[in-house]
Design a protein around this ligand. Structure first.
Ligand code: EPZ
Length: 418
């Protein structure tokens, strides 16, 4: 089974360039289903979830190919309205194709999505909203059969929780609907702003990007567009955390500063030096990190849930006690069981976790439980004394482009054993 071998306890030093945002490209590739012309998307990361999305677009009848960091898509001749179970199971975000497919073809057939196991990941908000727009949904426990008689109808939707995926699905369903859709309590993540910028470039009429109230005026058709997606703020945070946990000095290039406010605040609390200039950020870490009294995750612009595992991993070797509160997903500490094998002292109780920093972690054989939990194990492996191994790399490869190459470029001793 492919795994990483990491020889830890080495200070990282050097520079790394951050990939394009996974959570932008996935929703924008789904958005190309709405377009009746060629789209060219730049700064696309080379990750498994993009490969799966390209497979879905080709299966639907699209013309898609990659050229380096760009993806060229033309969905003019879309003909299928179903997504194969295998592809739905591969990743959670496949559900955001639903609104786009119904919008173009008036029907869709998908199975319930897969993806990271972070607790139950229902899609009730997505389905409720689509029903309010006139979609009839029949479920047989395995698959969803959706159909709309005429066009989707614009309407007012208030989300019970600012769900990222539901916000994206509603935007995609409303873009070609008749009339206006007002979405309240919408998610405000930067990747949603990216999606809206792309759609408006294609001729959509969407206002309120980045706020919790979004207005989408339905238009008859979308053209294609050429667009460059934003940098991946979670990947950037991962390399910053790698510098922090190893007491290193890392220059992270191609960042979007405003999207890193929360992680920069936390790293400064751990007594890391942070210097930002233009699209670059230099982190200089102390010999030993100062613990964080209480870190609470929240929807954007709060501290991102996707960064929780990265910081918790750092705190396993801080000089004192840290505490965490995970407020977005109900089961996002699975990876901590693997960190315990390295001698970490972590006490999980529901949404809370307490970490007692130790002087030194020792190497262990571990298995990634999910995407960001897998990254947390890599971070701990970079710090631990000895050679650690990490299996189930598929989780990590879904969201990180060239992780081991980038870390090796910073002086880490990490290699992929196929
Ligand atoms: C997106 O997942 C991201 N994935 C996740 O990133 C990210 O952690 C999450 O948003 C929160 O920021 C992509 O964009 C591809 P949600 P999503 O809907 O859309 C509940 C990563 O590491 N909920 O905002 O699935 C849900 O159970 C991944 O890159 C419902 O109850 O997240 C969760 O507790 C992991 N019913 C909360 O809302 C619904 O219909 C937030 O989920 C939908 C969601």
């Amino acid at each position: 089974m492919p795994h990483f071998l990491i020889e830890g306890n080495r200070r990282l030093k050097g520079e790394v360039c951050v990939q394009g945002a996974k959570n932008s490209i996935l929703s924008i590739l789904a958005a190309t289903v709405l377009c009746s012309g060629q789209c060219i998307i730049h700064n696309c990361p080379d990750i498994l979830d993009v490969d799966f999305s390209i497979e879905i677009l080709k299966y639907l009848g699209g013309f898609v190919y990659r050229e380096g960091k760009s993806i060229i898509v033309n969905m003019e001749n879309i003909k299928r309205y179903d997504i194969p179970d295998r592809l739905m199971k591969e990743m959670r975000s496949s559900i955001i194709f639903l609104g786009a497919i119904i919008s173009r073809l008036k029907k869709a057939q998908v199975s319930l999505p897969g993806g990271c196991q972070l607790g139950p990941r229902p899609i009730d908000f997505h389905l409720e909203a689509l029903k309010n727009m006139g979609v009839q949904i029949h479920e047989d426990g395995v698959r969803l059969f959706c159909i709309v008689k005429e066009k989707l109808q614009g309407t007012k939707i208030v989300l019970p929780f600012p769900s990222v995926g539901a916000t994206e699905n509603i935007i995609l369903a409303a873009t070609l609907a008749s009339g206006e859709t007002i979405l309240e309590n919408a998610a405000r993540e930067p990747e949603i702003e990216d999606l809206i910028r792309f759609l408006n470039l294609c001729g959509a009429k969407i206002k309120g990007a980045g706020t919790s109230k979004i207005a989408i005026k339905g238009v008859p058709k979308l053209t294609g567009a050429e667009y460059k997606i934003i940098p991946d703020r979670i990947a950037a945070a991962t390399y910053m955390a790698a510098g922090a946990i190893t007491g290193g000095e890392v220059l992270v290039r191609n960042i979007s500063r405003i999207h890193l406010n929360e992680i920069v605040k936390v790293l400064k609390m751990c007594k890391c030096g942070i210097i930002m200039s233009g699209e670059n950020l230099l982190i200089k870490a102390p010999e030993r990190l100062t613990p964080i009294k209480k870190l609470k995750t929240a929807v954007y612009p709060g501290f991102p849930t996707d960064m929780q595992a990265l910081i918790l991993s750092m705190m396993t070797v801080a000089k004192g006690k840290s505490s965490f509160e995970e407020n977005v997903f109900s089961d996002r500490y699975k990876y901590t069981k693997e960190l315990l094998k390295m001698g970490a002292q972590i006490y999980v109780n529901g949404k809370n976790a307490i970490v007692e920093g130790v002087e030194q972690l020792h190497a262990a054989d571990m298995a990634a439980t999910d995407l960001r939990g897998g990254a947390a194990l890599v971070l701990a492996g970079l710090k631990a004394q000895g050679i650690s191994s990490i299996r189930r790399l598929r989780h990590i490869d879904r969201g990180y482009e060239k992780l081991e190459e980038n870390l090796s470029g910073l002086g880490a001793k990490i290699k992929r054993i196929s």
